[in-house]
Design a binder for this molecule. Structure first.
Ligand SMILES: Nc1ncnc2c1ncn2[C@@H]1O[C@H](COP(=O)(O)OP(=O)(O)OP(=O)(O)O)[C@@H](O)[C@H]1O
Ligand SMILES: [Mg+2]
Length: 347
């Protein structure tokens, strides 16, 4: 009874706690927070100096006693205490900016499909000590499908591939459940690491991961482009320790990331292979839906389509697809109950 009353007045939240980005959604305002999952901590005093965008600016540039921590790794919490503080910071920020009488909100959070019970519990606990009254866990692939407005409760199969920073989640969804899936720790971060390695091996030059990411976004692609894309890259010459600039083009970046891309495509094919034939027929008809920031890599849709012979569509605004799907559940208790991860709290 008391909970019900609280529910009426509190501002419930949907949270996509991603390896790279954390997004928060409220029913009234939609997306209210969209910031990198980074926290800057003063290691001497344990004090939090900055969270999100402000903390990201410090990555790789901090003096030794200040550490910019990314508390999530491959989609799961790797630093519990810092995740908890980051969530609390974001939840407080949402509430301080609204005039609603907002005690402890109900929170819907997206999780990777195959995380362990211990990892699930960690997400729940972090959200609770961040201020949540009740926590509901939803598989991110399911959230992505809802965000892409797919008919998830119908007896029709849809395949969703969410390629974020830390993980690629491949799932076939039908009748409000995940039928077959693969989850692999290969995604945008792997592409960045591949580029760092390639530049080191080919040019003897050391670049940071943020530089690698900007190269990927600027000129990266999965299939050859009509025009050559190239850019100047600056790094440290490993032979003499001095700064050096080189030119790099899209074909080199394709070569750098080809192994990781190949792994993702191999897993999509494997998932199709273990999916019952009736469902595969639906997928051929409806296509594969891509979400997550890495869906924006040039030509990735084309490459997956060529490899699987299935049409591929990129969800609208793929970076926000999961949180919009989670957010839709704030207003739809019936659907929430249907798609809730087993073992999550009862409504
Ligand atoms: N235009 C782009 N081209 C290629 N990659 C991009 C582009 N824009 C963003 N990305 C990549 O998308 C990734 C972030 O995506 P997203 O926010 O969906 O990840 P996440 O949800 O935080 O991670 P995860 O779901 O794995 O926990 C980063 O690796 C980023 O480099
Ligand atoms: Mg994600």
């Amino acid at each position: 009874m008391f909970n019900k009353l609280l529910g009426k007045f509190s501002q419930d939240l949907a949270i996509d706690l991603g390896t790279r980005n954390t997004l928060v959604y409220t029913k009234e305002k939609g997306i209210v927070i969209n910031e990198p999952s980074v926290v800057a901590v003063n290691m001497r005093t344990n004090e939090i100096l900055a969270v999100g965008e402000d903390a990201k600016k410090m990555v790789g540039k901090t003096p030794s006693h200040i550490k910019a921590i990314k508390p999530l790794n491959e989609g799961v919490i790797s630093d519990f205490e810092v995740t908890e503080k980051m969530l609390k910071h974001f939840v407080d920020k949402v509430h301080s900016e609204s005039f609603t009488f907002a005690p402890r909100p109900r929170v819907i959070i997206g999780i990777p499909i195959d995380i362990t019970e211990v990892e699930k519990k960690a997400v729940e606990d972090a959200a609770k000590s961040g201020g949540a009254r009740e926590v509901f866990l939803i598989e991110e692939a399911m959230a992505a499908a809802i965000g892409a407005r797919l008919p998830v409760t119908e007896a029709v199969a849809n395949m969703v591939v969410d390629i974020g920073g830390g993980t690629s989640e491949i799932a076939v969804i039908s009748l409000a459940g995940v039928v077959t899936y693969k989850s692999l720790p290969v995604a945008g971060n792997s592409f960045d690491a591949d580029i760092v390695e390639y530049v080191r091996e080919e040019f003897n030059i050391l670049i940071g991961e943020q530089v690698a990411e900007s190269i990927k976004i600027k000129i990266g692609s999965a299939v050859p482009q009509k025009e050559t894309l190239e850019m100047e890259v600056r790094g440290r010459d490993l032979l003499n320790g001095l700064p050096k600039a080189i030119m790099i083009d899209d074909s080199q970046i394709r070569e750098a990331i080809s192994k990781s891309l190949g792994k993702i495509i191999e897993n999509i094919k494997n998932t199709l292979e273990v999916t019952p034939p009736e469902l595969v027929a639906d997928i051929y008809e409806n296509g594969i839906f891509l979400s997550g920031g890495s869906a924006l890599l040039r030509g990735l849709d084309k490459q997956i389509s060529q490899a699987t012979k299935i049409p591929v569509r990129i969800a609208d605004d793929p970076l926000t697809c999961v949180v919009r799907g989670l957010g839709a559940l704030l207003a739809d208790d019936e659907l929430l109950r249907k798609v809730l991860t087993p073992g999550s709290e009862e409504l």
